[in-house]
Ligand binder design. Structure first.
Ligand code: NAD
Ligand code: GLY
Length: 364
């Protein structure tokens, strides 16, 4: 087992990464009171709920809530199901919420923990690649609103993150690809050597080679921990973790939450960010080809939906959290391994990218 630390002063916490660790009782020491509520969903519960519950000593009363599965249920109505359980079972301020599932369960559980009785502890047990490398680390929690993705939420750091790489064996292939979009992101924004590692091993990674995956998860979490430690509340460098996300969130909202997986939308969004970076003369067409190749090798979509118009993109992108004083800011690539937050692009260049469709990356 490997351990990393997210260094945030009195809110610091460990990330444990290893095989078959869900059942090892590691999280018990992070349950501070004698009550806990496991939040999971109808897909993950039959797979891992019993093992997790059995790992917690009988002296702790463990309740559970099983949510419907899907991004379309990541909303205030379904968040209330968590509060219903907490209140019906008289959980007090010493309770600990435990998120067992992907990013949807993790974001909702974290937000419930941030809000319940003005804030209680929670633990992340992420079960998708995406949640293991991204959403479980860093304390962003929340739910969607029909007018915007993740628009209602809070920063609330977990007590620990328990990453059991064995659970990825039951993950559908499409979900593995979606998670790989966020892994690739770290290479593109922060560490070209890591991107080279991914390029060299993408077949093994997609084939679920456990050693390769453990290394990729470790490096991804290490980068995320470094960035979050510098900028917990996203007033600077943390925004770089959103490469491809502004375009991607617009795709998700336009298509209806749950139609495109978050990671798939990030894949196409990353290609759009690379295309615009190239049109601005910041990266070469060879770099864009490299971005396209690694996204394709991870079986990710590289083009936005055909029917989405530039106006639809712009309307949805206007509610992005990175919009400042009415000005759209995007994460773009200065080179492979170096990203910037920028509003330094003309409307014409942005339009070219939004209109490029399946010619993305061809004409820069
Ligand atoms: P998800 O939570 O919907 O999980 C994907 C699917 O896999 C679901 O059907 C789920 O039930 C299933 N599943 C989970 N674990 C499984 C397993 N081990 N075996 C079989 N099936 C399993 O999606 P996700 O990709 O994990 O997360 C996406 C969400 O994360 C989005 O809502 C996104 O906004 C959010 N997110 C948040 C952050 C953050 O910093 N908080 C970062 C990135 C993404
Ligand atoms: N997923 C982006 C962030 O955590 O900041």
């Amino acid at each position: 087992m490997q351990t990393l630390h997210v260094e945030l002063g009195d809110r610091s916490y460990p990330i444990f990464i290893g095989q078959n660790i869900v059942s090892k009782g590691l999280l018990t020491q992070y349950i501070t009171g004698n009550q806990a509520l496991i939040v999971t969903n109808e897909t993950v519960a039959p797979l891992y709920l019993k093992a997790l519950k059995d790992s917690i000593p009988g002296s702790i009363r463990v309740d559970e809530v099983v949510l419907p599965d899907g991004e379309q249920f990541k909303d205030l109505d379904h968040l209330n199901l968590i509060f219903d359980q907490l209140l019906q079972n008289r959980h007090n301020r010493t309770t600990t919420l435990i998120a067992l599932g992907g990013g949807v369960v993790g974001d909702m559980t974290g937000f419930a923990a941030a809000a319940y009785q003005r804030g209680v502890n929670f633990i992340q047990v992420p079960t998708t690649l995406l949640s293991q490398v991204d959403s479980s680390v860093g304390g962003k929690t929340g739910v969607n609103h029909p007018l915007g993705k993740n628009m209602i939420g809070a920063f609330h750091q977990p007590q620990c993150v328990l990453i059991d790489t064995t659970v990825l064996n039951t993950l559908p292939e499409k979900e593995l690809s979606a998670g790989m979009a966020e892994v690739i992101k770290y290479g593109l924004i922060y560490d070209e050597a890591f991107l080279c590692y991914l390029e060299d091993h993408i077949d093994g990674l997609m084939g679920l080679d456990s050693d390769l995956l453990a290394q990729a998860i470790f490096r991804s979490c290490q980068i995320k921990a470094e960035v979050v430690a510098q900028d917990e509340k996203e007033s600077g460098i943390r925004a770089l973790l959103n490469l491809g996300h502004t375009f991607g969130h617009a795709i998700e909202a336009n298509q209806g939450y749950g139609e495109w997986l978050h990671g798939e939308a990030v894949g196409a969004g990353t290609m759009m960010a690379a295309d615009l970076s190239c049109r601005l003369g910041w990266i070469s067409s060879k770099d864009v080809t490299r971005v396209k190749a690694i996204l394709e090798a991870a079986n990710l979509p590289i083009y936005p939906p055909n029917e989405m118009t530039p106006d639809q993109f712009k309307q949805l992108m206007a509610v992005d959290k990175k919009v400042l004083d009415g000005q759209l800011r995007l994460i773009l690539l200065k080179s492979i391994g170096e990203a910037v937050v920028s509003s330094d692009f003309s409307v014409e260049k942005l339009n070219e990218t939004l209109e490029a469709g399946s010619n993305l990356g061809d004409c820069c």
